[in-house]
Design a protein around this ligand. Structure first.
Ligand code: ZN
Length: 412
């Protein structure tokens, strides 16, 4: 798929810090340790609705990971998928009497525009599920051959499922107990009651064609892929096993990331799928999680149409820590707009207090599991001092401007 346009990222003088991130699998904040090329996979959208602030918060968090790795001198190989065939997409198309292909193309195009407007650095590989069906089929065939997958005993619809006991490590990514898994599985697309499965929690790999549903002719028969295997195949074929960060929203911890890892590890015969599993919190509105099913969404495109500066959207979302569930309010946006105006005023001053210590603090906080609330306070302190007392360093405003651009993606 076509990705979106990139923006230039200025180099910032001083010493970059190695990035530490909280890893869901070990429950620890650990240093990332990429090679020359840092490798990241972040799960993409299912394109049946516009990008809301929950999506934006997730992609902005991983945009910071990308920027900190760049700052530390790494090249970044970033991969993101688009789940352009799945039940929610088909259900929405049906509800709105829309063509599912047209719906997916339209929403994917809007997503690209939103990401570009937010100055999110684009993935090198932006990959749709439909275009990777041959890769997915190859992976499913391999899982069947190794005994990691099986067909359900149903002559009419012999769908293929993954045997979750195969790797012997199932559950290591989420660390959820059996009860939690059983609760979350049906809430997040799983089908525990499907007759013929060996275990209620086994996940769908290949769905045999049903009347009226799209299907592709493959060696597995006519059908379409399950969701988790899509990410396993796309990531393995582009990044290889043991890449640096697997990312997504916290609602992907289970079953999606657990199964993506298990499928890939069954395919490769080794582990781990990723060295860090990193999850962004949910964004709520009026005390409820922002989600399509609740209908309480604030769309990035709506804010853009209302003339909201994308840098203010960044600052509003960065005012909270990426891992915490937090609430979007008009007040939060107003505070971010005021902060942006203050920073811009200070950055356009002819001189200010020396910027080096501020840039050090900015890097320290961001490298510490993306502690954006503290990072923003460091810039606040510099801006406040500049506006109150001025300063003699004529290079400082330009330095702060370039550090804020490079590390936070915010334009002053
Ligand atoms: Zn995924």
């Amino acid at each position: 798929m076509q990705t979106w346009s990139s923006v230039a990222v200025p180099r910032v003088p001083g010493s970059p810090r190695p990035l530490r991130l909280h890893d869901t699998a070990t429950g620890q904040r650990r240093p990332t340790a990429p090679g020359r090329v840092a490798r990241m996979y972040v799960c993409g959208i299912t394109p049946y609705d516009a990008t809301h602030l929950g999506h934006a918060a997730t992609y902005l968090a991983f945009d910071l990971v990308y920027r900190l790795w760049l700052d530390a001198g790494h090249e970044v190989h970033y991969v993101q998928n688009v789940t352009d065939i799945d039940d929610p997409l088909l259900e929405r198309a049906e509800r709105d009497s829309d063509d599912w292909v047209v719906l997916a193309l339209r929403e994917t195009a809007l997503f690209r525009e939103d990401m570009e407007a937010l100055r999110v650095l684009p993935p090198r590989d932006f990959v749709g599920a439909v275009e990777t069906i041959p890769e997915i089929v190859e992976a499913v065939e391999k899982l069947l051959a190794s005994g990691a997958a099986y067909r359900v005993d149903d002559p009419e619809y012999p769908d293929v499922y993954f045997d979750r006991s195969f790797t012997g490590r199932f559950g290591y990514e989420s660390n959820y107990d059996e009860d939690t898994m059983r609760t979350l599985f049906p809430e997040r697309g799983g089908d525990p009651d499907r007759p013929g499965k060996r275990d209620p929690l086994d996940a769908l790999l290949w769905r045999v064609e049903r009347p009226g549903e799209p299907a592709w002719d493959t060696s597995l028969g006519r059908g379409r892929p399950g969701w988790h295997i899509e990410c396993s195949a796309i990531a393995l074929n582009r990044l290889g096993l043991g890449f640096d960060v697997q990312g997504g929203g916290s609602d992907l911890v289970f079953p999606h990331h657990e199964f993506s890892a298990a499928h890939a590890e069954a395919l490769a015969g080794e582990h781990p799928f990723a060295r860090h599993y990193v999850h962004a919190g949910m964004i709520g509105l009026d005390g409820e999680k922002m989600s399509k099913s609740k209908g309480n969404l604030v769309f990035v495109s709506r804010l853009r149409a209302d003339g909201v500066d994308p840098s203010a959207i960044r600052l509003a979302l960065f005012a909270g820590h990426y891992r915490t569930d937090r609430t979007w309010t008009d007040d939060l946006l107003a505070q971010a707009q005021a902060r942006l105006a203050r920073w811009r005023e200070a950055a356009s001053a002819p001189s200010g207090p020396a910027a080096e210590a501020t840039i050090d603090r900015l890097r320290d906080h961001l490298a510490d599991d993306l502690d954006t609330p503290k990072a923003l306070l460091a810039v606040d302190a510099w801006a406040d001092e500049t506006l109150r007392y001025g300063g003699r360093d004529e290079t400082a405003p330009a330095l702060v401007r370039s550090a804020v651009d490079s590390l936070l993606g915010v334009v002053l």
